[in-house]
Write a protein that binds this ligand. Structure first.
Ligand SMILES: NC(=O)c1ccc[n+]([C@@H]2O[C@H](COP(=O)([O-])OP(=O)(O)OC[C@H]3O[C@@H](n4cnc5c(N)ncnc54)[C@H](OP(=O)(O)O)[C@@H]3O)[C@@H](O)[C@H]2O)c1
Length: 343
């Protein structure tokens, strides 16, 4: 580990922005990665309050105080900006190494380039680029993080769903060959849905009450997978369904493998492969419900009790993931892997 800490700023202090900050402290990496600034539209009082108290992840296990326009977390000072044009914040004066873009509002190269012009030398996105050419790299930690380099300026940490399924498809393809993959994500609600019906989103289904319905929503997961695993182009199909729970999601994978495999053999392979991705992936055979994985830092947990196979090469695999906490931890992993390339 490099001796010089990484200096980062967070743009957009919502679910992911706050989980990111908190995961730094809870995983003991706040000495290596220093959050020195946050830009967010909300008032600083609310930012302090929601850092301290989180309905999903509990009370912050440390101290969170306010000092005028600063938040002090465990004694560390974080300068707060309230700009809705964050590309105009004088990032240059802060001397940051990476801007963690967690507002979800910027995904095109032209708009991201404005951050670079205002003093952010590197940007790590909490979401995919609008297209693969809008970012220099899309990274799923554990699969392609070794490709990070000191020349890249705009990097995406992909999405929570991409992090949960790409390692699984990668291991399956290298062992058996993946012919076709159908992915159904059962995703917890997000802040882009209203609590009760409201004119909240241009996607009509996202105008519907998050807590009253199972809501199918558009997803770019198939394209996200293909960006990481181009050999599967045209062979991945995905749909996403929001379900009225506050956190933790699951992906139901149905795949047509190029060879026939028994359930036992497949599970043995999945267990062996996930053991090689220690800290990133896990497996479990216990009779779980989603809440068991709340605050779980893995990208995915394969539930081997649900695996099934057919004599025609079909395989069905269930992967659980904490869409907030797992992904926030991966953003930190990507930042640290990137740090090694330029500090
Ligand atoms: N939640 C997840 O499970 C998850 C997992 C992986 C990736 N992601 C991705 O991460 C991004 C953020 O998701 P989230 O769930 O954290 O959303 P969120 O809770 O809505 O947080 C986004 C925050 O950014 C603020 N914001 C909006 N425009 C801004 C701007 N121009 N400058 C600075 N801050 C701004 C928002 O304020 P207002 O509320 O006032 O607009 C909000 O506080 C999205 O792209 C999402 O797809 C989310």
């Amino acid at each position: 580990m490099s001796k010089k800490p990484l200096k980062v700023a967070i743009n957009g202090y919502g679910r992911i922005g706050r989980c990111l900050l908190r995961a730094l402290y809870e995983s003991g990496r706040s000495d290596n990665i220093k959050v020195i600034a946050i830009n967010e539209l909300a008032h600083i009082d609310s930012m302090v309050y929601l850092t301290r108290y989180d309905s999903t992840h509990g009370v912050f296990p440390g101290t969170v105080e306010q000092d005028n326009s600063k938040i002090i977390v465990n004694g560390d000072e974080i300068k707060v900006f309230n700009s809705n044009r964050p590309e105009e914040v004088s990032w240059h004066d802060l001397g940051i190494d990476i801007l963690m873009e967690c507002s979800g509002q910027y995904s095109e190269r032209t708009e991201l380039h404005r951050f670079i012009e205002s003093g952010c030398p590197r940007i790590l996105l909490s979401h995919p680029g609008a297209s693969s050419s809008d970012v220099d790299k899309t990274i799923v930690y554990g699969v392609n993080h070794s490709t990070l380099d000191d020349k890249s300026r705009i990097v995406s940490a992909a999405s929570c769903t991409t992090n949960a399924i790409v390692p699984v498809l990668d291991m399956l393809h290298s062992q058996y060959g993946v012919n076709t993959a159908f992915l159904t994500t059962w995703h917890s609600v997000m802040n882009d849905q209203p609590l009760i019906d409201g004119y909240h989103h241009h996607d009509l289904r996202r105008t519907r009450s998050a807590m009253q319905s199972i809501v199918p929503v558009a997803t770019g997961l198939a394209q996200g997978v293909e960006r990481l695993l181009p050999m599967l182009s045209g062979r991945v199909h995905a749909k996403a369904i929001r379900v009225p729970i506050h956190n933790v999601s699951a992906i139901d994978l149905v795949t047509n493998l190029n060879s026939t495999v028994s359930k036992e053999e497949l599970n043995n392979f999945l267990k062996k492969s996930t053991n090689k991705l220690k800290g990133l992936f896990a497996h479990s055979e216990r009779p779980h419900a989603s809440i068991d994985f709340n605050h779980n830092p893995h990208s995915g947990i394969i539930d081997t009790s649900h695996t099934s196979t057919s004599s025609s090469g079909l395989a069905n695999i269930l992967v659980w993931f904490d869409n907030e906490w797992g992904f926030a931890n991966r953003m930190i992993d990507v930042a640290e892997a990137w740090q090694k390339k330029f500090i």
